[in-house]
Design a protein around this ligand. Structure first.
Ligand code: PBG
Length: 332
């Protein structure tokens, strides 16, 4: 009997790549407008859109212009806008009291956006750095970042934002115990439906450089953030942080920065299956923009490919300064 030999090649994996129709049919991951959270920078003034040199195409906007951006984002179908304040240096103090002022820039912006664009969810950042004369996310005492007293202040900041109408609270400070303290505070004041998206695995990263320019914190920061943000060499610690934050009442978790930490995104999603987000931070944005502007890469292709990578790694969504540009492309 003749031996049966399979015709060569046995499996032609190129078959499902041969046409756009087949490629579209078998694609495992897609990027959609629903995956996007758009971070924006707010400043004082009227009708101001001030360019940020290290983030081409990103502006510090006065509240009236941020409201216009929120309406545009809502029309594009972007589900969430996230606010970062550029605080006047005269309001930065050691006690950071501006952080929980009900009339601070962030809280006024929340109120204005909720009124003008009620269908877009508003997310906030909770950390003391925009208000701290030292540029740190927590109170500084004798050169140390103090945990527990900082957490008390973060709860006051959270509650002020919830009263203004924030939908999602984003603690980015990396203090211990903050999630349960914030959750308890929110529940006790009747904010059962205000969600917490915790910056759970936030690394001490060089990729935040342009952001610190954008919020005017680079000059202020004394030292580094290594005693509270994660060491870039660690993975297991990220899992412990996420587990802890979920136990303490976080609804969603975040990995930050993004592209250099896709392994962390993947492991967290595989382990916990909870809503998982990545922050494509300012330095990642700046690198793509700079290379694009020099003609070294095709900006649009690299932007879409980098965002799709987060979906492939298991993320449910991405915070990205590219959000409106991406939404326009995806909406056709
Ligand atoms: C502040 C905060 C930072 C970012 C978001 N919230 C900077 C930092 O921790 O120094 C960085 C975002 C970006 O780089 O795009 N706690």
């Amino acid at each position: 009997m003749k031996p049966t030999v399979a015709p060569f090649p046995t499996a032609r994996l190129r078959r499902t790549r041969a046409s756009a129709a087949l490629r579209n049919l078998v694609r495992e991951n897609n990027l959609t407008v629903d995956d996007l959270i758009w971070p924006v920078f707010v400043r004082e003034g009227e009708n101001v859109s001030e360019p940020i040199a290290s983030m081409p195409g990103v502006y510090r906007q006065s509240i009236d212009n941020v409201v216009k951006s929120a309406k545009d984002a809502q029309a594009l179908g972007i589900p969430v806008i996230c606010l970062f304040p550029y605080t006047d240096p005269s309001l930065k103090t050691e006690d950071c009291a501006e952080a929980w002022n009900p009339n601070n820039l962030t809280n006024r912006a929340i109120i204005a956006i909720k009124e003008a664009a009620p269908d877009i969810a508003v997310m906030t950042d909770v950390a003391l750095d925009p208000y701290n004369i030292n540029g740190h996310d927590g109170f500084v005492e004798n050169g140390e970042i103090i945990n527990d007293r900082t957490v008390e202040a973060l709860v006051k900041m959270t509650l002020a934002q919830a009263h203004a109408g924030a939908d999602i609270i984003g603690p980015s400070d990396m203090m211990d115990g903050r999630i349960s303290a914030m959750r308890t505070g929110l529940e006790s004041e009747g904010f059962q439906n205000v969600a917490i998206l915790s910056y759970s695995a936030k690394y001490a990263s060089g990729f935040y450089g342009p952001f610190r320019d954008a919020v005017g914190a680079s000059g202020a920061l004394k030292g580094d953030k290594k005693t509270y943000q994660m060491d870039p060499g660690n993975t297991d610690e990220a899992l412990r942080l996420v587990e802890r934050d979920l136990m303490e009442g976080a609804d969603m978790v975040m990995i930050k920065p993004g592209l250099a930490y896709l392994d962390i995104c993947h492991r967290i999603k595989q382990t916990f299956g909870s809503p998982t987000f990545a922050y494509q931070v300012s330095g990642e944005y700046a690198m793509i923009k700079a290379a694009g502007q020099n003609g070294w890469v095709d900006e649009e292709k690299v932007m879409l490919e980098s965002l799709l990578a987060f979906k492939r790694a298991g993320c449910d969504g991405i915070l990205s300064y590219f959000a409106p540009a991406v939404a326009k492309i995806l909406n056709g």
